[in-house]
Design a binder for this molecule. Sequence first.
Ligand SMILES: [Fe+2]
Ligand SMILES: [Fe+2]
Length: 244
Amino acid sequence: MPITNQDSGTTIDEIADGIHRISTPVPSNPDLPPGFTFNQFLITGDKPLLYHTGPRQMFELTREAIASVIPVETLRYIGFSHVESDECGALNNFLEVAPNAEPLCSDIAAMVSVGDIADRPPRAMADGETLDLGHHSVTWTATPHLPHGWECGHLFENRTGTLFCGDLFTQMGADHPAITEDDILEASEQSRAGLDYYSHTKNCAALMGKLAALQPRVLACMHGASWRGDGGALLQALGARLDG
Ligand SMILES: [Fe+2]
Ligand SMILES: [Fe+2]
């Protein structure tokens, strides 16, 4: 795990072809006894895309990690799943240092929040829409209220079969490998039981089925380790637990 900042312990790892995981650990504290990680993902290529910005107060750490791979000013898209500080808190900071970058979010997010809070207009994605990035391409799946937020959706990179899972499969703890093939469902179910951070939407089964149908080979998690394996099966397993 190459470290890009000694003080914070921020690391960067390539978890799939041209997809880099930037991870900043937050040590144990009274609010988060087991510790926690905030992970951002960089898709390199002709039109580099940063998927979630990390909290605004981590902007310098995330920027430093990106700069170890590509010039930050070449970022073309700043994407995220839903509107929260770890998803898009540093959005305007990145728009300032990357003059050609556009926010990338769901059409609902664009209408409700991002058209107002972002310093430049967003590129809004409809359900099922694909965006070409050159070497990679990404497809948007709308998942309203899963795990939370009306505007919520998930991005899938088609070339590598990577599903950016946002808060799905959140694992507590500050010491994870960048990517694992070991089970992450039980750890994420412990987080869900403790925090109750999923909405109580009735549409879980249908929405998880939509994500499973993408048949991802890599699950890129915002909190905890990323995962490699039969992503469709693991998403179906999570869906069954949500339904139960
Ligand atoms: Fe969230
Ligand atoms: Fe999150």
